[in-house]
Ligand binder design. Structure first.
Ligand SMILES: [Ca+2]
Ligand SMILES: [Ca+2]
Length: 272
């Protein structure tokens, strides 16, 4: 029996592989030998009063981090098809795009949020700074279609423009995913996302993302990197912020000075 051997080994850490991983059992006895015992484990100077961890593969009930992890699930995000492969090597002049790490591009890991979180922006009403779009209609922003195909986006005029989604009720928002036009690796400028409690963005306005590092949009300085549009879109971790209205700004792209929006998704739950 392993337990009897532990008692003989004195100041020794005995490692046991369990179903869930490696559990270290500090053992104590009255003999005083060289710590470590040559068993390959170095953490041998623990006080003898330490209670060995419970040998269990189930997390203790009521442990906050473990309990929270059990309530999380990947958001039900479905990506549109990519229209090009890889990330461009050359950063376009005049942009502030974070250089890609070496090696093949990795897909974005699933975003975890409380179970039940879904896209609460789907089919919700949209208004914009330009209520007469150059191309398309504003309902395309929340129609659920994200593919980079013709007629899938709404195109607003030049300079700073915005689209705004009314979630119709206050929601606890865990993530926002935004696709401008992603048929090529363009970079949109002054990407700013704000939430507010009122449709005019006067009450409780909060900026949840901004990469406007020179304040050319006049909404405040932003520290985020600019980025290439891809089928993954921009995912912003909004950490459960509560709001009803969401507004996305842009100021043209490296392709032209117009502003195309393919889809905005807001992953959240109705606020209690
Ligand atoms: Ca759409
Ligand atoms: Ca700027």
């Amino acid at each position: 029996m392993t337990h009897h051997r532990i008692m003989r080994m004195g100041w020794t850490l005995v490692s046991m592989f369990l179903v869930g991983g490696l559990v270290l059992l500090p053992a104590c006895s009255k003999t005083s030998e060289t710590p470590g015992g040559g068993d390959g484990n170095s953490a041998a100077n623990q006080p003898p009063a330490v209670t060995p961890p419970a040998v269990t593969t189930k997390p203790a009930a009521g442990t906050p981090t473990v309990a929270a992890a059990g309530d999380l699930a990947a958001i039900p995000l479905e990506l549109p098809k990519p229209r090009f492969s890889g990330t461009p090597k050359n950063i376009p002049p005049g942009t502030r795009v974070k250089p890609a790490p070496k090696g093949p591009a990795k897909p974005r890991p699933p975003f975890m949020a409380p179970k039940g979180v879904k896209n609460v922006a789907l089919k919700k009403p949209v208004i914009a700074s330009d209520m007469e779009p150059v191309i398309g209609t504003l309902d395309l922003v929340t129609d659920g279609s994200k593919e980079a195909v013709e007629d899938a986006y709404v195109e607003l005029g030049p300079e700073v423009q915005w689209v705004q989604v009314d979630l119709e009720k206050a929601h606890k928002i865990h993530a926002v995913v935004l696709w401008h036009e992603h048929k090529d690796a363009r970079v949109y400028h002054d990407v700013v996302i704000q939430v507010a409690d009122d449709k005019d963005f006067i009450t409780n306005v909060r900026t949840i993302y901004t990469n406007d590092h020179d304040n050319s949009a006049g909404l405040g300085l932003g520290q985020e990197w600019e980025y290439f549009e891809t089928n993954e879109g921009l995912l912003v971790d909004t950490k459960g912020i509560v709001a009803r209205y969401l507004r996305c700004y842009s100021n043209g792209s490296t392709a032209d000075d117009l502003n195309r929006y393919t889809e905005v998704e807001v992953y959240g739950l109705e606020a209690k």
